[in-house]
Design a protein around this ligand. Structure first.
Ligand code: CP
Ligand code: NVA
Length: 309
């Protein structure tokens, strides 16, 4: 059966755990899985800029014995003359999966509806679920397990990263806190989805406006840029509105003494995070960036297995 990974809750909590176990196996033995042998091609499409996502998918697909086809929408018919569904119908006859970084979540849904191969969200305006697989893997590595940990997100609570932390975090049994101004709180429907998942996993979601309260006793501290791709015109307003929701050394000092700091990158040092925090001893950002490779390889292998089942 064709499965897609369009948002964090496209998979169940048990499936998230299964994919992360596989990611740890593939990290321990990088060359062991050749699921894309042939080589089979995977299309990786970008409407927005990328370093980590582009490199980790290209390298990961090659590691699995496959061939990555990196497409920039600026030079393709998608987004201009052709719909996502029509593009998918063309690609599915030649590639084994489609990975797409785009703006509207609806485009991904239309792509998935129109095809028989797995479609993977490589970041949309609403979610960045591949990043969260890497982040949860990183938290597992540094903390042993995720169940019952407290993870505090700072900044734009309505962003793709915040929404993904909310969903993937509660799926992993964590107590997720989002510290943001009320106007930047996570979308209500995603809060509802998180509550439903949390009831199943024992996790929880708490929305907070006090950045100091949100740090108290946290195991994982996390933030992201205040100006996501596509929001550049709102830059001045966002710097003003989100200025208090910064992971400073003072805020980091309120978390547990063994708390870790994560950030999907790219980072704006001095804005959402102090350089002393992101470049300090509690930061695990380079492990996190590397884990994009292992987590996405596991995701692709898992999706191809579902395809064959
Ligand atoms: N974290 C992340 O997705 O980085 P890129 O924008 O460089 O892909
Ligand atoms: N929220 C950021 C994440 C970048 C990886 C953005 O969408 O630009």
């Amino acid at each position: 059966m064709t499965r897609h990974f369009l948002r964090d809750d496209s998979i169940t909590p048990a499936e998230q755990s299964e994919i992360l176990d596989l990611a740890a196996e593939l990290k321990a033995d990088r060359w062991k899985d050749k699921s894309l042998e042939g080589p089979q091609t995977v299309a990786v499409i970008f409407d927005k800029s990328s370093t980590r996502t582009r490199v980790s998918f290209a390298v990961g697909i090659a590691d699995l014995g496959g061939s990555p086809l990196i497409i920039s929408t600026a030079n393709s018919q998608l987004g201009g003359k052709e719909t996502p569904a029509d593009t998918a119908r063309v690609l599915e006859r030649q590639v084994s999966a489609i990975v797409w970084r785009t703006y509207a979540q609806e485009g991904l849904e239309q792509m998935a509806e129109g095809t028989t191969v797995p479609v993977v969200n490589a970041l949309s305006d609403d979610f960045h679920p591949c990043q969260l697989l890497a982040d949860i893997l990183t938290i597992r590595e540094h903390k042993g397990a995720t169940q019952g940990l407290t993870m505090s997100f700072y900044g734009d609570g309505r962003s793709n990263m915040a929404h993904s932390y909310v969903l993937s975090g509660v799926m992993a049994g964590m107590h997720v806190r989002v510290a943001s101004p009320e106007a930047y709180a996570p979308r209500a429907d995603i809060v509802d989805d998180a509550a439903r998942i949390a009831a199943e996993t024992g996790g929880s979601l708490t929305l907070m406006t006090d950045p100091f309260e949100a740090a108290a006793g946290a195991d994982v501290m996390v933030t992201d840029t205040w100006v996501s791709m596509g929001k550049e015109e709102e830059k001045l307003e966002r710097l003003r509105d989100l200025g208090e929701y910064k992971v400073t050394t003072e805020v980091m000092g309120l978390a547990k003494s063994d708390a870790i700091f994560i950030h999907c990158l790219p980072a704006d040092r001095g804005f959402e995070v102090d350089a002393e925090v992101i470049d300090g001893p509690q930061s695990v950002i380079w492990d996190e960036a590397e884990n994009r490779l292992h987590a996405q390889k596991a995701l692709l292998v898992w999706l191809l297995r579902q395809q064959a089942a």
